[in-house]
Write a protein that binds this ligand. Structure first.
Ligand SMILES: Cc1cc2nc3c(=O)[nH]c(=O)nc-3n(C[C@H](O)[C@H](O)[C@H](O)COP(=O)(O)OP(=O)(O)OC[C@H]3O[C@@H](n4cnc5c(N)ncnc54)[C@H](O)[C@@H]3O)c2cc1C
Length: 443
């Protein structure tokens, strides 16, 4: 076992939250050591380039482009190119092929009306109301089904499950009372992307932090213990390869899904009951990504993106390139873990325009496994689930520092107003950097 010299701040995790904290702390003159378990930085920002073009296996969109999303500010500061995505609603499709445009419009209008109706109902409900989003949205009398035939109603139910793409959990598990709150705090406006992918932002934050001369990064360094020193004035971190690091303060950006699985003595002294109960009450949703590369183009590029309605949830299919032909697919929790070839079959049956020619099989496949990844165990924190005593205040509790402020917590699940998103990760990193700078300057 070896021990390194004292650093101002030890940061656990080089996802966008750890990177944002490292950048802002090092810019403020604090020495920083970032310990990352993976062989890469970025965490749930993971741009794969094995197809010769960037495919996002984690986050992709800048939600609320031009509406205050902090990603734009960083992109501008680092000279990264961004672009607004086309606002086309695309094509709704099911196992029988693309839907009739009039029916598609009706289903979308009905879903908007049903959501507005749910918001109206829950504005009079109390926090202890145990109704789920499904109880209201999918009720037989819901506006979701207005004017639809019996054979069209299952398609309306399937479209309502498109909400589960962002939430990562079934409508049946989502607390209706808090659902509008969860969607009301995101940045408004259309979606954009970083040209070249989110990896560009991660790399820029890392190199800007390193250029201050105050920050270093260690990959393949999985933290196994975080200990407050006996005099209470510092923190020691042990990694699974037997190294020990000392710091004046530490910041954990360990994702909520992974926090749930840590042994009790990971933090010493252990986390207080207030924090451990918030960790167990909050949920982590599932969303997987697939990249499929083909030898020939078999879909109509002008018709995308495609929303494929399936009984297990909505599959969102975004054609990201026609040459080479490449699909970027969002796989909902209900289909997570299904083989990529099975998802290809569902998608091709729904959106093909090649009949009677067969759709080619993908020549290359890349996929995420966030659900089983022991460094995340899921995609992102979910909205509040149905259950007594649960509220967004749990996210505020996840953010609260311990050990007189020497142990901080950041990451998407700790940012009350922007949980589950890149802004949540970045803003929480900034928040903790500001707090720790002020603390270290006074002790
Ligand atoms: C499929 C998917 C799609 C998404 N789409 C979008 C989107 O379009 N727009 C958007 O705004 N957001 C999106 N998100 C959410 C966004 O990606 C995350 O909110 C954000 O990247 C989380 O950053 P973070 O730093 O909080 O966590 P992470 O990125 O998970 O970083 C935590 C880091 O800690 C490391 N770590 C964990 N345990 C240890 C340990 N013991 N020792 C050392 N290191 C450890 C991990 O390896 C990881 O690198 C998406 C997420 C997913 C999964």
């Amino acid at each position: 076992m070896s021990t390194t010299k004292n650093t101002d701040v030890l940061i656990i995790g080089a996802g966008l939250s750890g990177l944002s904290a490292a950048y802002n702390l090092s810019k403020a003159g604090k020495s920083v050591l970032v310990l990352e378990a993976r062989d890469r930085i970025g965490g749930r920002a993971w741009t794969d380039s094995s197809f010769g073009l960037p495919v996002e296996l984690g986050c992709m969109a800048i939600h609320g482009y031009k509406e205050g999303n902090p990603v734009l500010g960083y992109a501008k500061a680092f000279g990264l190119e961004t672009k607004l995505l086309p606002a086309s609603p695309g094509t709704l499709a099911s196992a029988d092929g693309p839907l009739d445009p009039a029916l598609s419009t009706k289903l979308r209008v009905n879903l908007n009306t049903a959501r507005a109706n749910m918001n109206k109902i829950i504005s009079h409900s109390s926090a202890s109301d145990t109704s789920s989003a499904a109880d209201i949205l999918l009720a037989p009398s819901s506006p979701l089904y207005t004017g639809l035939s019996d054979s069209e109603k299952p398609k309306a139910t399937a479209l309502a499950r498109s909400l589960e793409i962002g939430w990562g959990i079934p409508l049946e598990d989502t607390a209706a009372h808090w659902s509008a709150w969860a969607s009301g705090v995101a940045f408004a406006g259309s979606d954009g992307v970083i040209i070249g992918g989110y990896v560009k932002l991660a790399e820029s934050l890392r190199s800007a932090a390193e250029q201050t001369g105050n920050a270093s990064f260690l990959l393949h360094s999985r933290v196994s213990k975080v200990i407050q020193t006996e005099d209470g004035k510092g923190v020691q971190i042990q990694t699974s390869d037997g190294q020990t690091y000392s710091g004046r303060a530490a910041l954990s950006t360990i994702p909520l899904g992974a926090l749930k699985t840590l042994p009790n003595d990971f933090f010493t002294p252990p986390l207080p009951a207030r924090k451990t109960s918030a960790i167990s009450r909050t949920a982590v949703g599932v969303l997987e990504k697939l990249g499929l590369l083909y030898d020939s183009l078999w879909w109509d590029p002008a018709a995308g993106p495609f929303t494929v309605l399936h009984e297990s949830g909505v599959i969102l299919v975004i054609p990201i390139s026609s040459s080479p032909p490449c699909l970027h697919i969002l796989v909902p929790h209900g289909l997570a873990g299904k083989p990529a070839t099975e998802i290809h079959d569902i998608v091709s049956q729904a959106i093909t325009t090649r009949s009677p020619n067969p759709v080619p099989q993908p020549t290359k496949i890349i996929s995420s496994r966030w659900k089983d990844d022991e460094l995340s165990y899921g995609a992102t924190s979910s909205p509040i689930t149905v259950g007594e005593g649960r509220s967004p205040l749990d996210f505020a509790e996840l953010a609260r520092p311990l050990w007189g402020g020497l142990l901080g917590f950041s990451g998407e699940a700790t940012e009350l107003d922007h949980r589950g998103s890149v802004p949540g990760a970045i803003l929480s990193g900034e928040r903790e950097a500001r707090r720790i700078v002020a603390l270290l300057d006074t002790i």
